[in-house]
Write a protein that binds this ligand. Structure first.
Ligand SMILES: CC(C)(COP(=O)(O)OP(=O)(O)OC[C@H]1O[C@@H](n2cnc3c(N)ncnc32)[C@H](O)[C@@H]1OP(=O)(O)O)[C@@H](O)C(=O)NCCC(=O)NCCS
Length: 187
C-alpha cells in the first residue's frame, strides 16, 4: 500500500532521511508547540525523528508522520500524522503542525480534510480524534471545518509545562465524513 497522498495544493509523504531539519525546527519551537505540548529538547526531537523513519503499521501504536510539501514550490511546510489509539474500534489520533510562516493561510483545513480522507480510505480507521487543543482557536476551527464534532471534555487529560489541563475532545466518524465530503475524496 502506498503511504503517499495529495490534495489540491499539497503532497504528503512519510518522513524520509531528508527531513530531520524540519522535525527539529517544528518540535523544538515553543511558538509552534504552544498548544501542543512542552517543546522537545533537540535530543528528544531527534529520537522522535528517528522513530518516525521506522516501518509503520496500523497495530504498531507508532505515530505515522507525513511531510507536507507544496506542489507549486516543492517546499516543505509542515508535518501531519496519525497514531492508532484503539485497534479493535479502529480509532486514531490525528495532528497537523505547520511552520509559523505557513500558518493562518487556510492550509490547515485542506490538510486535515486530506489526512482524514486518507485515514478512512486507505488506512482503515473508523473514528479519528483531534489533538488536545484547549485555547487553540485555529486548531478548533480547522477541526470543525473538517467535520469534527465536540464530543466531550476530558478532565486532567494532558500536561503542558508541568500542569494538568482539561481538554475538549473533537472526533470524526467515517460515515459522517462521507456524508459531508463526497465524490472527490472517495474515488
Ligand atoms: C493549527 C494549525 C494546523 C491550523 O492550520 P492553519 O493553516 O494555521 O489554519 P487555517 O488558516 O486553515 O485556519 C483555520 C481556521 O482558523 C482561523 N484562523 C486563522 N488564523 C487565526 C488566528 N490567528 N486567530 C483566530 N483564528 C484564526 C481561520 O479563519 C480558519 O477559520 P475559518 O475557516 O472559520 O475562517 C496551524 O495553525 C498550526 O500548525 N499551529 C501550530 C501547531 C498546532 O497547534 N497544531 C494543532 C495541534 S496538533
Amino acid at each position: 500500500m502506498s503511504l503517499q497522498f495529495e490534495s489540491a495544493h499539497f503532497v504528503y509523504k512519510p518522513t524520509s532521511t531528508e527531513d530531520e531539519d524540519l522535525f527539529l525546527e517544528i518540535y523544538t519551537n515553543s511558538e509552534i508547540m504552544k498548544f501542543v505540548a512542552t517543546p522537545l529538547s533537540f535530543d528528544d526531537a531527534t529520537k522522535l525523528y528517528e522513530s518516525s523513519l521506522l516501518e509503520w503499521d496500523f497495530q504498531s501504536g507508532k505515530l505515522l508522520t507525513f511531510v507536507i510539501r507544496c506542489k507549486k514550490t516543492d517546499g516543505k511546510i509542515g508535518l501531519c500524522g496519525v497514531k492508532t489509539s484503539d485497534i479493535f474500534t479502529k480509532q486514531g489520533h490525528i495532528g497537523v503542525m505547520l511552520l509559523s510562516k505557513y500558518q493562518s493561510m487556510g492550509f490547515g483545513t485542506e490538510i486535515l480534510i486530506a489526512l482524514s480522507a486518507f485515514c478512512f480510505n486507505s488506512l482503515g480507521y473508523h473514528k479519528l480524534l483531534g489533538p488536545p487543543v484547549p485555547g487553540n482557536t485555529k486548531s478548533i476551527k480547522m477541526l470543525l471545518n473538517a467535520g469534527y464534532q465536540k464530543e466531550a471534555v476530558l478532565r486532567d487529560n494532558w500536561i503542558i509545562d508541568g500542569q494538568y489541563i482539561d481538554t475538549p475532545l473533537y472526533t470524526l466518524i467515517e460515515t459522517d465524513f462521507r456524508k459531508q465530503f463526497t465524490s472527490e475524496l472517495f474515488k
